[in-house]
Design a protein around this ligand. Structure first.
Ligand SMILES: C[S@@+](CC[C@H](N)C(=O)[O-])C[C@H]1O[C@@H](n2cnc3c(N)ncnc32)[C@H](O)[C@@H]1O
Length: 203
């Protein structure tokens, strides 16, 4: 598949029991399920989940409605080999990011991994490129100040944040699940990468 780092995705999810946090309408869930043993996909939006259940149904996927900040319900899900969050971190405040990592650590098997894929703050420049190409000229001058607060600027900032959890950290400049992204975004992301994937494991 064009621009798809198949080996990277395979390495992350192959034969694993996965918890996907914030699965939306199941587009990323379906991609994970191609590699993994099973996926429990959670979201707190019932409309998204009902679309996922209709359109992206598979034997090894189970969709569940849960608020990921609900500690008790999260604990009841059990333990996983991989816990994956894609495009969740960018809309959480720093305190909420800490809270969710602490909750998810309790859902992690001893040799498991928490994997976070998200945007660096440089995504805002990419958005401007995209708006330019799509001739959305008005949007070029809009500044998303609120979101900017919650995006990490670079690898150093990421390391500083994740070092608080006393876990092993590796950082990649890749997004393992891109099948559902439109071609123009893929091309621009290839020229001007602005995403990271952090892999955390217990020490
Ligand atoms: C930007 S989407 C991420 C979609 C998907 N992971 C992807 O990469 O395409 C964020 C999702 O998180 C869900 N969400 C937000 N807050 C949540 C919460 N507290 N508990 C569970 N899901 C939540 C939203 O309903 C939404 O579907």
């Amino acid at each position: 598949m064009l621009f798809q780092d198949y080996k990277f995705s395979q390495k992350l999810f192959s034969n694993k029991k996965v918890l996907e946090v914030g699965c939306n309408q199941g587009m990323t869930t379906l991609q994970i399920s191609k590699f993994s043993k099973s996926v429990i996909a959670i979201d707190n939006n019932k409309n998204h989940l009902s679309i996922a259940k209709k359109k992206r149904k598979k034997k090894n996927i189970k969709y569940i409605k849960i608020n990921f900040f609900d500690k008790k319900k999260m604990l009841r899900l059990g333990k996983f080999e991989v816990i994956y969050l894609r495009e969740i971190f960018n809309f959480l405040k720093i305190e909420e990011k800490k809270k969710i990592v602490k909750i998810l650590k309790k859902n992690l098997k001893q040799n498991g991994k928490i994997i976070v894929t998200d945007f660096y703050a440089s995504v805002f420049l990419r958005k401007k490129f995209l708006n330019f190409f799509k001739l959305k000229i008005v949007n070029l001058f809009q500044i998303d100040k609120k979101s900017r607060l919650y995006h990490f600027r670079d690898k150093n900032e990421l390391e500083k944040f994740f070092n608080k959890f006393n876990m092993n950290i590796s950082i990649f400049q890749k997004d393992p699940l891109k099948e559902h992204i439109d071609l123009l975004s893929k091309i621009i992301e290839n020229i001007y990468p602005c995403k990271f994937t952090v892999i955390l494991s217990l020490k």
